[in-house]
Design a protein around this ligand. Structure first.
Ligand code: DQA
Length: 148
């Protein structure tokens, strides 16, 4: 069984209410429901976390990469543009990471054009709303498949 770890970063718990002109009306619960269904269909394991805390993201990556996960799908949200700690957690562990964003970060403010995470990710998917997660999950599955 391929085990995929999904991490949603800060403020993504507010999806649906948060800046709907940018992120749409989709809720985190509906994204997670779709990902769980996709995992089931592909006979994959899935664990999903959302946290607003940078250190907690580091802890989850370390713990789950060591004990359970074969690949990571992460939307680091605002930490994308600031976090050396999350970047180093991803490069420290052996599993591949797929970076996802709902919005096209390159179409937005300049401070969003820099990702600390992209250089250590296997790849990234951005700009497709909820579909970014679906595509990111499938990319993670195919990375594990091609590894084994
Ligand atoms: C985001 C883009 C980030 O710039 C922003 O800070 C977020 C969400 C996205 O999914 O589009 O919180 O990661």
């Amino acid at each position: 069984m391929r085990n995929i770890l999904v991490i949603h970063g800060p403020n993504l718990n507010l999806l649906g209410k948060r800046e709907p002109d940018v992120y749409g009306r989709v809720t985190l619960a509906s994204i997670n429901k779709e990902l769980r269904e996709l995992a089931k269909k592909n006979k994959a394991g899935i664990k999903i976390f959302q946290t607003n805390t940078e250190g907690e993201i580091v802890n989850i990556i370390q713990q789950e990469a060591e004990s359970w996960a074969d690949a990571l799908v992460i939307n680091p949200a605002a930490y994308t543009h600031t976090s050396v700690a999350i970047r180093e957690a991803i490069s420290a562990v052996k599993i591949p990471a797929v970076e996802v964003h709902l919005s096209n970060i390159f179409k937005r403010e300049e401070f969003r054009h820099k990702s600390f995470i992209s250089p250590v990710a296997a790849g990234g998917i951005f700009g497709f709303g909820k579909e970014s997660y679906v595509l990111g999950f499938l990319a993670a599955l195919s990375l594990v498949k091609s590894k084994r």
